[in-house]
Design a protein around this ligand. Sequence first.
Ligand SMILES: C[S@@+](CC[C@H](N)C(=O)[O-])C[C@H]1O[C@@H](n2cnc3c(N)ncnc32)[C@H](O)[C@@H]1O
Length: 206
Amino acid sequence: MVADIDKFNYDWIKECMRVLKDDGTIWISGTLHNHPSIGFLLKKMGYWIINDIIWFKPNAPPQLQPNRLAPSTEIIWLASKTKKYYFDYEKAKELNEGKQMRNLWVITAKRHVTKHPTEKPEELLERVILLGSKKGDLILDPFMGSGTTGVVCKKLERKFIGIEIDDEYFDIAEKRIKNHKILQAPNFSFKKKILESDANRLIILD
Ligand SMILES: C[S@@+](CC[C@H](N)C(=O)[O-])C[C@H]1O[C@@H](n2cnc3c(N)ncnc32)[C@H](O)[C@@H]1O
């Protein structure tokens, strides 16, 4: 039901915004089933929509039923609480051969390293995290899945909190983040606490 999707999205966006710093940003990715609801709610709840980023996957699989176009994009809503938010514009240029970065991101979907069905490419999360945060910042992923955000946070020296409702996926993410070897930052240290709560399980990288 549409109303159920809106209610679910409203509740978690409200909670994320509650803990987001005043100059922080929220990056929400999704496909057709969800992104109209997210865009509508961000506006309705009074947040500042900074960009709608289109992630184009040039190697998306073909559509089997001959009744629609082959889906090959995801939208990432980038929003904040105020107009004074952190965004590393120079880093975006640097990642784009010195030119202003546009909101169309062509990133090939990679072969998955876990069993999770919607594992994102690390390259996508690297871009999000580099543009939206500084070293040492704390990043929350409330839908952690296979732990891609956590791995990239570890790699880029950000602190991380990940929440995942599914026990199997949580274990996959935990193992993946734990086993990820840091090549660039040999002095980076972290401690991991795992907390149990009623429904969700939580990883904290600190
Ligand atoms: C699209 S996947 C995330 C994929 C992730 N970005 C990755 O790279 O693997 C969404 C995840 O959210 C989890 N999830 C769904 N509802 C949840 C909830 N209420 N609380 C926590 N996790 C939830 C699902 O089990 C799923 O693993």
